[in-house]
Design a protein around this ligand. Structure first.
Ligand code: DQA
Length: 151
């Protein structure tokens, strides 16, 4: 069975009340519920993880390749670690699971320090600025990618 991991970085657990004018009103639970329904419809297994800690995110990605059930794709919003974490980049390169980088806001239309991502050049694709819809589009793209690879 195909398996996709949806991973959220720091402060995404407080979506809903966190700067709603930037990040919208949907909570992370709403986003995850929608993704699970979509994945279930396609008979794809989905797993969900959020952490505010860089070390926990690294440990989670490392665990994915030790798991008996392989993970075929990752949808990842690295949040603020987008702009700072060479360590997480190294982990994603090491585990070598294809991923799409998602941002709710358009990071290129915001402060200059958000314009650079440590992930974009190693991602299959990047979706930024489409709000919660971006996660759904990422899931569709992930399914398309896996079908095209015959997974
Ligand atoms: C974010 C954008 C980042 O710059 C920010 O630090 C976040 C969320 C987004 O989804 O728009 O926490 O990744």
């Amino acid at each position: 069975m195909k398996k996709i991991a949806i991973v959220h970085g720091p402060n995404l657990n407080i979506l809903g009340w966190r700067e709603p004018e930037i990040y919208g009103h949907q909570t992370m639970e709403h986003i995850n519920t929608k993704l699970k329904i979509m994945a279930d419809e396609k008979q794809v297994k989905s797993t969900f993880f959020q952490s505010n800690s860089e070390g926990e995110l690294i440990a989670y990605f490392q665990m994915l390749i030790q798991d008996a059930e392989p993970t075929h794709f990752i949808i990842f919003n690295p949040a603020a670690f987008t702009h700072s974490s060479i360590a997480l980049r190294d982990t994603l390169q090491a585990v070598s699971i294809p991923f799409i980088e998602v941002h709710l806001s358009n990071i290129h239309a915001r402060e200059v320090f958000r314009h650079h991502s440590y992930f974009s050049d190693i991602a299959q694709g990047v979706i930024s600025g489409l709000g919660a819809l971006g996660y759904e589009l990422a899931l569709l793209a992930a399914l398309h990618y896996l079908n095209s690879k015959g997974v």
